[in-house]
Design a protein around this ligand. Sequence first.
Ligand code: CP3
Length: 343
Amino acid sequence: MSRKIFIDASLGRKTPYTPIWLMRQAGRYLSEYMEVRNRAGSFLDLCHSPELSAEVTLQPVDILGVDAAILFSDILVVPNEMGMELEFIKGVGPKFPKPLTSDRDLENLDMSASEKLGYVYKTIEIVRNRLADDKALIGFSGSPWTLATYMIEGQGSKTYARIKKILYSDPAYLHALLEKLTIVITQYLEKQILSGVDAVQIFDSWASALEKETFFEFSWRYMVKISESLKEKYPNIPIILFPKGVGSYLDGIYGNFDVFGVDWGTPIELAKEKLGDRYILQGNLEPTRLYSKEAIKSGVTHIIETMQNRRHIFNLGHGMLPDLDRENAKYLVNLVREMSSRY
Ligand code: CP3
C-alpha cells in the first residue's frame, strides 16, 4: 500500500473510495491561474518559470481537493525544444509558424531536447517538496502521433490533410519522425520520473484522426513502445495511455501499461467489457456536464454504478473548459468521493 490513493488505484489495489483528478484541472477557469499567468507575462513564460508553474500545478489540489496534481506545462514544449519555433496566439491556440516539410527539417530536429527541458524537471522538484504526502504528482507528454500532427500541420486542424497526405504517400518519412519523437519522449518521461513524478500520462488527443489500421500503425504502436521501455526500468510507476476517440478500436488495445484513459465518446460500460479485466480504467465524464449540477449527478451516478466492482480512477472524458464553474468542479469531486465510498 502507498499513502497515495491514486497510486494504489493505478496499480490495482483496493481503495476506500475512487480517486479523482481532472484533465486540464489547472487553467483559465480559475481566477488564481489567470492571476499567475498575467504575472508571468505569457503562457509560454509561465511554462518556462518553474516557480510559477509549480504554483499553478498546486492550485487545483488546494481549491478542488483532487487526489492528484498534474504537472503544469504543455505537450508542445517538446517540439519547441527540438528546435521548432512556437507561438500561442490568442483566440487561435498554439502555432508552429514553420511546420516540417522537408527531409532537411527532419534531420535538423534536436535529439537532445530532453536535456533542454530543465525548467520542467525543476517544476517537478518544487511541487514534490510542497505537495502533501497523500497526493500524487502526474507527469505527462503528448504521444508521438499527436506531436507529429502539430509539427506537420503547424496548428490544430480539421482535416489533418497535410499529415495524412504524408502518411499515405511517404509513410517512411512519418515513421522516421515518429521514431525520433519516441526516443525524445521516452527520455523526457524518464527524466520526469527521476525528478519525482509518481505516474505519467501520454495524451494522444488526435488519435481520432486515424482509421483503425493506421491508428495502430502510426500511433498506438509508438505509445506502447514508450510505455514498455519505461515499465521495464520503473515497474512501480503507473503509466496512463489516453488515446482520444478510439472507442470503436478497443479490441486491438494491448500492451504493457497500467491505466487506459477512456474518452467521453466511449460508453464506460463498453470500455469495462472490453478492457476492464486487463487495465484500470480512467474517466470519463463528458466535460460539458460541468455546466449543470443535475447533469453532473446523473453522469457520476452512471459511471460509479457501472464501475462499482471494478478498479477505476475518476476523471473527465477530456479536458476542463475555460468557462466552467469552479463550484461545480468542487461539487463533482465531493460527489465522487461520497458516492464511491458507499461501495
Ligand atoms: O492538465 C493540466 O492542468 C496540466 C497542464 C496542461 C496544459 N496543456 C496547459 C494548457 C496539459 C496536460 C496540456 C496538454 C495539452 N496541450 C494537450 C493534450 C490534452 C488535450 O487537451 O487534448 C494539447 C492538445 C495541448 C496543446 C494546446 N495547448 C492547445 C490546443 C492549447 C490551447 C487550448 C485552449 O483551450 O485555448 C494549449 C494551451 C494551454 N495549455 C492552456 C493551458 C492551461 C491555455 C493557455 C492559456 O492560459 O491561455
